[in-house]
Design a protein around this ligand. Structure first.
Ligand code: XMP
Length: 512
């Protein structure tokens, strides 16, 4: 691994585990997340400079709650317990945990002790974010209480001589006013790290590691035009140049001109063999007459991999298979249900008849925002690096009902106008994702003196942090008005535009 300093986030099932890791990395300190089921021997051998126990949904007194051997506190590695992790630390060392009559939740004022290492540089009073019912009613021997709130007698405690720290609140969420400072103090003062996790080092070290690993062999990578595979391609190109072959399957279901843009970008800016497989007609013939959304998804997915692997079989002459897996794709959950490794579209099942030398995943330790930063440093255009999510089946699930060449074209044109108008009006940042949908509804209209009976276009624009829930974007009426006018004037066969004002739940972001 590129970084010499590593922090371990030991996951006890809390909802913020990835956020903690990202906050640590924001301070230029590399960190990994492992489930609480990880053996102590692995942690001991891991070379970690500090450990953070995450929160969790349980009470430490329940037998089925996630626990850990108290030996971890004697490794001589500083430990920070957060929320459940704080209670766990207290419980492991003989402190007392009690259940409060009610839950303390939300922004709470806390007062910290001026002598605390963890709170160095903080004002005496500040706001923290609480979410707990159990609390530490008596800290273990050797610990000093270092923060209090009105309802929490021990909002934080520490035994600095042993390098043990615990906070009942959540420093990782932005509502905790000095959360970043607190994490900084733990990392730099308690663990003594210097902060060597910077993207320039990552690129340099990954490139030399890839060169060593790949040697003189070839590498094939499936390029979708999405952020992850694009950044993986650019990184591999920097490492091994023309030993890399990128296969880009264009099923004709990308947005207007996007296939050409991907080809242009990678052939002009990066040294590699770029293979574009144009198969729009074959895809359309497989989709002929199919209207069921799941059937369409299945056909597009199956056909995609058939074309992709056939292309690789035709070109393959020994070497590695590379893919753009990123860290969240492979984090194991600490929720206790053993071996819940997420399956994800980034992790592809390899066909048995192709004997690759191995699989290369150059981005497997990075979060999405880090992948984007690497992409920018490697010179990938912003448009690609900051690309919105795009479904694997592409416009196939935005053309509702049967997918035909004509209907895809109508949607591409309408979507292009939407993107152009969002850009011109400076509204691109007001939605995390926006796109047009062709619902397949025809309505009556008038154009000039003539009656029309033509297609309807729906506009979808959502705000969201994680795409699990979303709200419809409150775009200005004038912008919506211009989008509507332009689509009707510029896109043939469209005579009406509607705006989707459904949140998720109950709606999904996509229509199919
Ligand atoms: P839904 O429609 O489930 O979408 O609310 C949530 C997010 O996921 C994207 N999406 C997909 N991404 N393959 C993908 O890679 C897919 O099949 C797929 N379907 C939906 C969607 O665009 C939104 O950002």
């Amino acid at each position: 691994m590129a970084a010499t300093e590593k922090i371990l986030v030991l996951d006890f099932g809390g909802q913020y585990n990835q956020l903690i890791a990202r906050r640590v990395r924001d301070q230029h300190v590399y960190c990994e997340i492992l489930p609480y089921t990880t053996p102590l021997s692995v942690i001991r051998a891991g070379g970690y400079r500090g450990v953070i126990f995450t929160g969790g949904p349980n009470s430490v007194y329940l037998e089925e709650s996630p626990h850990y051997s108290a030996d971890i506190l004697d490794l001589g590695i500083p430990v920070l317990g957060i929320c459940y992790g704080a209670q766990l630390m207290a419980w492991m060392l003989g402190g007392k945990i009690e259940r409060a009559p009610g839950r303390e939740y939300g922004r709470v004022e806390m007062r910290v002790s001026p002598n605390s290492l963890l709170f160095a540089g903080l004002p005496e009073a500040s706001v923290c974010w609480m979410s707990h019912t159990d609390y530490i009613s008596r800290p273990p021997e050797g610990f000093a209480v270092t923060a209090r709130t009105d309802s929490c007698p021990c909002a934080a405690m520490e035994d600095a001589a042993r390098g043990l720290y615990a906070v009942q609140f959540h420093p990782e969420v932005t509502h905790s006013e000095f959360g970043q400072q607190i994490l900084h103090n733990f990392l730099f003062l308690a663990c003594g790290v210097k902060g060597d996790w910077v993207m320039d080092n990552f690129i340099e070290e990954t490139v030399s590691r890839l060169r060593r690993e790949i040697g003189g062999q070839g590498v094939v990578l499936g390029l979708s035009g999405g952020v992850d595979s694009s950044v993986a391609a650019a990184l591999l190109s920097r490492a091994v140049g023309r030993q890399l072959t990128c296969v880009f399957v264009d099923q004709g279901l990308m947005r207007k001109d996007e296939g050409d843009f991907v080809e242009e970008t990678f052939t002009r800016l990066f040294d590699m063999n770029f293979v574009r497989v144009n198969c729009q007609e074959a895809f359309l013939s497989h989709l002929k007459g199919v209207t069921d959304p799941e059937a369409k998804r299945r056909i597009i997915g199956t056909e995609f991999y058939r074309v992709f692997w056939d292309e690789i079989r035709a070109r393959y002459s020994g070497g590695f298979f590379a893919q753009g897996t990123i860290y969240p794709d492979r984090i194991e959950s600490g929720k206790g249900d053993a071996a819940t490794i997420k399956t994800h579209h980034n992790q592809v099942k390899l066909p048995e008849d192709i004997a690759f030398s191995g699989v290369i995943e150059p981005l497997k330790d990075l979060f999405k925002d880090e992948v984007r930063r690497v992409g920018e440093k490697l010179g990938i255009p912003r448009e690609l690096v900051w690309r919105q999510p795009f479904p694997g089946p592409g416009l196939g699930v935005r053309v509702i009902g049967e997918v035909t060449a004509e209907r895809v074209k109508i949607l591409q044109e309408a979507d292009w106008v939407l993107r152009d108008e969002m850009k011109k009006s400076g509204c691109e940042d007001r939605a995390a994702q926006f796109f047009a949908v062709l619902p397949g509804v025809r309505t009556v209209g008038v154009m000039g003196d003539a009656r029309t009976y033509d297609e309807l276009i729906a506009i979808r624009a959502v705000t969201t942090d994680d795409f699990m829930t979303a709200d419809w974007a409150k775009l200005p009426y004038e912008v919506l008005g211009r989008i509507s006018n332009r689509i009707i004037n510029e896109v043939e066969h469209v005579n009406r535009v509607v705006y989707d004002i459904t949140s998720k739940p109950p709606g999904t972001v996509e229509w199919e």
